[in-house]
Design a protein around this ligand. Structure first.
Ligand SMILES: Nc1ncnc2c1ncn2[C@@H]1O[C@H](COP(=O)(O)OP(=O)(O)O)[C@@H](O)[C@H]1O
Ligand code: SF4
Ligand SMILES: [Mg+2]
Length: 408
């Protein structure tokens, strides 16, 4: 059975050894159309040396979360909750105080390397500048030597010569290597990499990830790797946090989320990505529709309009994170027990013609369950009855009622 986890107890236990603790972070942007509630109650702990992957579609609040941690959001943003680095509260620090934290304690790698590089300065000067910012006693010569070492570490060929190049003389992948060199220049304890490979050619993406891994090994920094692409995190992270509509909807180890995802959205994300371990006959099952507006969202599960397992009960309240199989594995769905029992995958949930066997198994479990919902074929169109897991489950009327755009 799933149980609602006592997050306060868990956090009290783990935040003592966490290098970065984010607790009930909320970010709101007042706009002309209303208040955009971009991040809604996100909590996580990052332990020393650990790599956490944050995944979710575009617009799910990943970048706003990382910018909130770094103190880089526009002044209009309203923040509540807590972000602690080694027990020290960062929310509310002024820009001067935060500039000491940035780079030295927590460093960031952005999607576009040119966000971090100044086109008018040689890259060696920019790296040396970063080093000297936090170590004022270092001579220029020593700082330049350090820049060369860092460029070698991130795999820039002829580092001693290239240290005098300008950013435009580098390719995108090489520029991102330079940005990683700058990020680790001061041995930060935390690196936050927000879509670090998204702007790069596919062939270069893996190399840059490899460089990030080297940088992480070299510094021992705990790392937050943010991406919309689950494939990116697979070989790199220890734990995964899946975000949807500004919230964490599933958290667990990389094995939990890759092999035992329990929240339909995470299951759908996995089903829509090609997997090396699935062999040749894999079928991709895309999630239809788009994420909800973050201005006055309706009550209930935000994934409801796109979820084939949705029924009326899902609209009553937003599901809390519940413990599922595995210590620390939590998922926000009121049907996680059934999903665990049927071990449903993306094909079972998102494909309209999945096997009868799964459907029968789900119905059987439904009959056995304490609060059994007996599934009659005719009942599949009744929105008050939970649709079975597996098989065609959504009537056209129900789909149209919940998500008119999807049918357009
Ligand atoms: N400055 C801002 N003002 C208003 N809304 C914003 C602002 N920045 C981000 N948002 C909104 O917050 C939501 C989350 O954005 P973001 O964190 O960038 O998503 P992701 O990085 O997951 O793609 C989006 O709906 C976005 O439009
Ligand atoms: S079954 Fe209900 S609660 Fe679970 S993800 Fe689908 S809509 Fe949300
Ligand atoms: Mg983003």
């Amino acid at each position: 059975m799933s149980t609602l986890i006592d997050t306060t107890a868990e956090d009290a236990r783990s935040s003592t050894d966490a290098v970065l603790s984010v607790d009930d972070l909320n970010v709101r942007f007042p706009t002309e159309d209303g208040v955009v509630h971009a991040v809604r109650g996100v909590s996580f702990d990052l332990r020393p040396g650990e790599v956490l992957g944050i995944v979710g579609e575009s617009g799910s609040g990943k970048s706003v979360t990382s910018l909130a941690i770094m103190g880089l959001l526009p002044g209009s943003a309203q923040l509540t909750g807590s972000v602690k680095f080694r027990g020290r509260e960062l929310l509310g620090l002024n820009d001067r105080q935060m500039s000491v934290v940035r780079g030295k304690s927590v460093a960031m790698v952005f999607q576009d390397p040119m966000t971090s590089l100044d086109p008018v300065y040689k890259i060696g000067v920019q790296i040396a500048e970063t080093v000297r910012q936090h170590d004022k006693n270092l001579s220029r010569q020593a700082a330049k030597a350090r820049a060369v070492d860092l460029l070698k570490l991130v795999g820039i060929p002829n580092a001693a010569d290239r240290v005098d190049s300008y950013p435009h003389e580098f390719s995108g992948g090489m520029r991102q290597r330079v940005v990683i060199a700058i990020a680790i220049a001061n041995q930060p304890e935390v690196i936050i990499a927000d879509e670090p490979t998204t702007a790069l050619d596919v062939t270069v993406q893996a190399q840059v990830l490899e460089v990030l891994k080297t940088a992480q090994d070299e510094t021992g920094a705990a790392t937050v790797l943010i991406t919309h692409d689950l494939g990116v995190v697979a070989g790199m992270v220890d734990r995964v946090l899946v975000m949807y509509a500004g919230r964490a909807v599933e958290k667990g180890t990389v094995e939990d989320v890759f092999y035992r995802a329990r929240m339909p959205y995470s299951i759908g994300l996995l089903g829509s990505m090609p997997r090396i371990d699935a062999g040749e006959r894999q079928r991709l099952t895309p999630i239809k529709g788009s994420p909800p507006s973050l201005i006055n969202p309706p009550p209930g599960c935000p994934f409801g309009p796109r979820c084939p397992l949705h029924y009326a009960q899902c609209d009553v309240a937003e599901p809390d994170l519940r413990q599922v199989d595995g210590a620390g594995h939590v998922a926000a769905c009121i049907r996680v027990d059934e999903i665990v029992q049927t071990d449903a995958d993306a094909d079972d949930i998102f494909s309209k013609d999945s096997s009868d066997a799964t459907l029968a198994a789900a119905a059987e479990i439904g009959e056995r369950a304490e609060d059994a919902v007996h599934i009659e074929p005719g009942a599949l169109h009744d929105p008050t009855v939970a649709p079975p897991i597996g098989g065609a489950t959504r009537s056209d009327e129900a789909a149209a009622r919940r998500d008119p755009e999807e049918r357009a």
